[in-house]
Design a binder for this molecule. Structure first.
Ligand code: UDX
Ligand code: ADP
Length: 484
């Protein structure tokens, strides 16, 4: 590609995950003249993206199947041929995982950039001619410096009279939320492009302008773009910790957090969104990005700023333990050997993603206390729950023969339950942790007789109709509700 050209014909996206897959599907759908190839080292993931049965796509997002169906095979391709796809591309998106480091320097806080670095090296090696490299993964500020340094080394004169290579690095963070990914991609609040090279920025802006109004495409320098993503997530997470802190106060003062949220949200400066109290935020981004911010603040000698953001995470973890503790306390101080139906394992509704889901910590706490959990989620597979809890599922207890040996021995267990009635049979409590629509529609009059009395409903998402639960003779705790 000529360095001054702003028309992109071929895109390669490295990483076919929650971000890369849906983002590239929408770009391909909206820009039929651009050939888009999404590559990944994970063969089974690529096979799933290529599966003829659209129910088997590796990411569940409402509307994604239709988008993939329109573009796949036409100008959207999923492949494991990383090197070839990079070589053919005018523009390469890096959309790989950047989890929190688990060991070494910055362990528990800093992002692990080994996959990003590996990608940069791969691009340096395989790219041909002029290539625009776009950081799509959420990255610590100044990561572009690392990527640039690796690419620059490859710009040196090539052996064997190979044509010279050149690179430009842009930052284009993705703000999509899971469960609404397609909607967010098709009508984003804004698209952010950070960089120094006007031609390259134009080339990327031209792609988005196929469907995004021009005034929503923001241009910044590289570092502002990288920092904006971390800051946006930190602000959003902070709102959730703020409302959850108010919820705890509501419960002891007789106030109702839903009423408080409405009252404060009508102030146009505060706004009504992201004020739902719950079991704490989950997802792959919020905790990771805040910890990353905390690490950066300490690195740059700003310990007070680091402590400020750290508290957002601390309160979130506290909320999860608090909910597990109050379940135990309400059930006469012990859940050992008791059956509890846990509804919802995904970190929020309309996704099968369980990364950092509050259900993981809450379930672990209850299992530690010896509970027998029937876990029901409409989209999360049993295998995923096993991985998250680091505990194999037990066979469901047999009603006729009573509690299992493990249960009598006080050992906590869990089993997957595919339907609501099976999950609640013989249970002392239902604990709602994800706001799936199904849970709003539960007929409590039918459920109550199946449970062991006195039975509880713990609604950590405020989705039930309190009068229906109480009317069915069940006891109720709702997050942030000091009135029940
Ligand atoms: C988030 C950001 O919204 C998105 O812009 C960024 O690109 C990635 O991180 P995501 O993690 O997919 O997206 O989900 P989001 O809808 O933001 O929810 C995050 C968590 O906060 C969920 O666990 C959700 O249940 C919780 N939440 C959200 C609340 O508890 N209350 C709310 O009012 C909103
Ligand atoms: P995200 O939520 O950011 O999309 P995921 O973990 O869902 O993150 O997806 C990241 C994907 O990137 C994974 O499927 C992983 O296999 C892939 N990946 C990581 N490193 C490389 C690499 N060097 N080359 C190709 N794919 C990679």
């Amino acid at each position: 590609m000529n360095k001054s050209l702003t028309e992109i014909k071929t895109i390669c996206c490295i990483g076919a995950g929650y971000v890369g897959g849906p983002t590239m599907a929408v770009i391909a759908d909206r820009c039929p003249k651009i050939q888009v190839t999404v590559v990944d080292l994970n063969e089974s993931r690529i096979a799933a993206w290529n599966d003829q049965n659209l129910n088997n796509l590796p990411v569940y997002e409402p509307g994604l199947d239709q988008v993939v169906n329109r573009a796949r095979g036409r100008n959207l391709h999923f492949s494991t041929e990383v090197d070839e796809s990079i070589a053919a591309a005018d523009m390469v998106f890096i959309s790989v995982n950047t989890p929190t480091k688990t060991k070494g320097l910055g362990s528990g806080q800093a992002s692990d950039l080994r996959w990003v670095e590996a990608c940069a090296r791969q691009v340096a090696l395989c790219a041909q001619g002029h290539t625009i490299v776009v950081e799509k993964s959420t990255l610590p500020v100044r990561t572009a410096e690392t990527v640039k340094a690796i690419l620059q080394a490859a710009q040196q004169p090539q052996a064997d009279n190979q044509p010279p290579k050149s690179f430009v690095v842009l930052s284009n963070p993705e703000f999509l939320a899971e469960g609404t990914a397609i909607k967010d991609l098709e009508s984003p609040d804004r698209v952010l492009i950070g960089g120094e090279d006007a031609n390259a920025i134009d080339a990327l802006a031209n792609i988005y302008s196929a469907w995004v109004p021009k005034e929503k495409i923001l241009r910044t320098n590289l570092w502002s773009s990288e920092l904006s993503k971390l800051s946006a997530n930190a602000f959003l997470a902070q709102r959730i910790s703020s409302i959850n802190s108010v919820a705890a106060l509501c419960e002891v003062t007789g106030a109702d957090v839903n009423e408080v949220a409405k009252a404060i949200g009508t102030d146009s400066r505060i706004g009504p969104k992201f004020l739902n109290a719950g079991p704490g935020f989950g997802g792959s981004c919020f905790q990771k990005d805040i910890l990353n911010l905390v690490y950066l603040c300490r690195y740059f000698g700003l310990p007070e700023v680091a402590d400020y953001w750290q508290n957002v995470v601390t309160l979130n973890t506290w909320q999860q333990h608090r909910i597990a503790r109050l379940v135990v306390k309400s059930l006469f101080g012990t859940v050992t050997g008791k059956r509890l139906a846990l509804f919802g394992f995904a970190f929020k509704a309309d996704t099968n993603d369980t990364r950092e889901a509050p259900a993981i910590q809450i379930a672990k706490d209850l299992i530690e206390e010896g509970a027998q959990l029937a876990i029901h989620d409409p989209k999360v597979e049993a295998e995923q729950i096993t991985n998250d809890l680091q505990l194999d599922a037990s066979p469901p207890p047999d009603q006729a023969s009573g509690p299992s040996k493990a249960a009598l021995g006080g050992e906590g267990t869990w089993w997957p339950s595919t339907n609501i009635s099976d999950a609640v049979r013989g249970a002392d409590a239902v604990l709602i942790l994800t706001e799936w629509q199904q849970f709003r529609e539960i007929d409590w009059d039918k459920i109550a007789p199946l449970m062991r009395q006195p039975a509880w409903v713990f609604d950590a998402r405020s989705v039930v109709d309190p009068s229906a639960v109480l009317g069915a003779g069940l006891k109720l705790w709702r997050v942030g509700d000091g009135a029940t």
